[in-house]
Design a protein around this ligand. Structure first.
Ligand SMILES: [Zn+2]
Length: 201
């Protein structure tokens, strides 16, 4: 995550749901490059620390709030990725400006969740409202990004696509008026993307 430039300094955090239904989350304020597996903190879905020597991320309530609101998700990634965060600070959502947005959303757009103080349940509420059932990523106004997926890995790759899309939209807006894809075009791209990809055994 550090190498990708998605998480300047110690900002951002990652969590995953365990088979038992608890949450493993990155610790607060530790550079990612120094992280060891045993530094992760185990909390329950109410945010109570169950195991770990370090303080959990200050965004625990945002993560646990999302897991409670969305029983189907297994991973959450939060970043202050630069282009996404720039758009969030402009109070903009990302419209269907590129077909790859169909990988992130049924509607091919990235919604914007309203502002609330970091690390609050209120912020989890705004984020899960913005995500609804149609979107797997959203922007947090004046703050950063949220991605949810079946696993933390999946949420991370969605974050990479989100930042790529944010950069394209940001640059396009600087250069002129973006052409917006119709919902039919987005649906076609989404159908194609869902059958794309291969795995090695
Ligand atoms: Zn943050």
């Amino acid at each position: 995550m550090s190498a990708s430039g998605l998480v300047p300094t110690t900002s951002g955090n990652v969590s995953g749901r365990t088979p038992e239904g608890d949450i493993l989350i990155t610790p607060s304020g530790l550079p990612y490059d120094d992280l060891e597996p045993e530094d992760l903190v185990l909390v329950n879905v109410e945010g109570k620390v169950l195991e770990g020597a370090l303080q959990p991320s200050s965004e625990v309530p945002m993560h646990t709030g999302l897991y409670r609101a969305k029983p189907g998700i297994g991973g959450v990634v939060h970043t202050h990725a630069p282009y996404s965060t720039a758009l969030a600070c402009l109070g903009l959502e990302i419209p269907p400006v590129h077909y790859l947005l169909a990988a992130l959303s049924e509607e091919g757009r990235v919604p914007l969740a309203g502002y609330a103080t970091y690390g609050t349940e209120e912020l989890a509420g705004y984020a899960s409202e913005a995500l609804g059932d149609a979107h797997s990523v959203c922007l947090l106004q004046n703050h950063g990004t949220i991605a949810v997926g079946e696993t933390a890995d999946k949420a991370y790759s969605l974050t990479e696509i989100l930042e790529e899309m944010a950069e394209i939209y940001f640059r396009t807006r600087l250069a002129g008026e973006p052409v917006i894809l119709s919902s039919e075009r987005i649906a076609e791209a989404r159908a194609k993307i869902s059958s794309y990809g291969q795995s090695k055994g």
